[in-house]
Design a protein around this ligand. Structure first.
Ligand code: C2E
Ligand code: MG
Ligand code: MG
Ligand code: MG
Length: 292
């Protein structure tokens, strides 16, 4: 009895696997088509100066406007793109679009604004990223010193020697390199010494517990202290409340990104925000008293 039930479970399990595989294969071919017919979109999330709320940069975040299933998030398709290798082509498209948008903003007079693009491990390995970067810059005619590339700790420590070499190649082109989701990589900090990065983005899981969680506070403080010693700029990710923002300011963090300042938005909304200046007044400024 137990044996036959066990067998039944195995069948269900195998069917589940097959479905998962079929789903994956289908999603992959749909994604290939989506890229060709133009269903992919970029949204832009503001990155602000914590002391003023001024928009300094925008992170380009990928979306898929699916004809039947609506707007899909990276968590719905990035994994399939990574496994199939399609992420290389997708990443090239993202870089090209983002550079084009940056060039447009620069022509509109937003010459200080930076644009950050996420780079996957597959793009880095095999030197794809340098070619894609050169192509995007040449095609868009953007000022490349305003482009930033974000790489996760996982990506970089996968093959550290290779990363060091590739990042130097990119650095020589004037691009700013940032470590994304900093603190989630379970790695020693020694790798930081070897990489020509200019920026750390503290993962939002450590920002979530501010100001009260003593563990989060300790981790953020430690990251800020390492960054200061190595002259790296720090961005706190996932800032959602004025209290988190205030705490980060007090701890000496320079930049922030999060729903408090703006969700990912379309390019024209981002541009309006960048022109308008501050998105949120510093919370330590006194409440406005209206005089009669
Ligand atoms: P990421 O690079 O760490 O991007 C930040 C993510 O955090 C974004 O999610 C953003 O919407 C979300 N976020 C920002 N502020 C807040 C906040 O205050 N609260 C909360 N709860 N979330 C916040 P999104 O757009 O879903 O992207 C998720 C991840 O997908 C990105 O994480 C990045 O790793 C990946 N991704 C997105 N676009 C691309 C791309 O073009 N290429 C590659 N390779 N990966 C991408
Ligand atoms: Mg990122
Ligand atoms: Mg991140
Ligand atoms: Mg993240």
């Amino acid at each position: 009895e137990a044996k036959s039930r066990g067998k039944g479970h195995l069948v269900v399990f195998a069917q589940g696997l097959r479905l998962a595989t079929e789903h994956r294969v289908q999603l992959e071919s749909e994604l290939r088509r989506a890229l060709r017919v133009g269903e992919m979109r970029l949204t832009y999330q503001p990155i602000v100066e914590l002391s003023t709320g001024r928009v300094l940069a925008a992170e380009a975040l990928l979306r898929w406007q699916h004809p039947e299933r609506g707007l899909l998030m990276p968590s719905d398709f990035i994994d399939v793109a990574e496994r199939s290798g399609l992420i290389v082509e997708l990443g090239g498209w993202v870089l090209e679009q983002a550079a084009m948008q940056l060039a447009h903003w620069q022509r509109c007079g937003l010459t200080e604004l930076h644009v950050a693009v996420n780079v996957s491990a597959r793009q880095l390995r095999g030197g794809f990223i340098t070619r894609q970067y050169d192509h995007a810059v040449a095609a868009s005619q953007c000022d490349p010193t305003c482009l930033e590339l974000e790489l996760t700790e996982h990506t970089l420590i996968e093959d550290l020697d290779d990363s060091v070499r590739l990042l130097h190649e990119l650095r020589r082109r004037g691009v700013t390199l940032a470590i994304d989701d900093f603190g989630t990589g379970l790695s020693s900090l020694a790798y930081l010494k070897r990489l020509p990065v200019g920026k750390l983005k503290i993962d939002r899981s450590f920002v979530a517990g501010l100001p009260h969680d003593s563990g989060d506070r300790a981790i953020v403080t430690a990251a800020l202290s390492v960054a200061r010693a190595m002259e790296l700029t720090v961005v706190a990710e996932g800032v959602e409340t004025p209290r988190q923002a205030r705490c980060l300011r007090e701890l000496g963090c320079a930049q922030a990104q999060g729903f408090l300042y703006g969700k990912p938005m379309n390019a024209s909304e981002l541009m309006a925000l960048a022109i308008a200046g501050a998105t949120e007044p510093p919370s330590d400024s006194r409440p406005q008293v209206l005089l009669p």
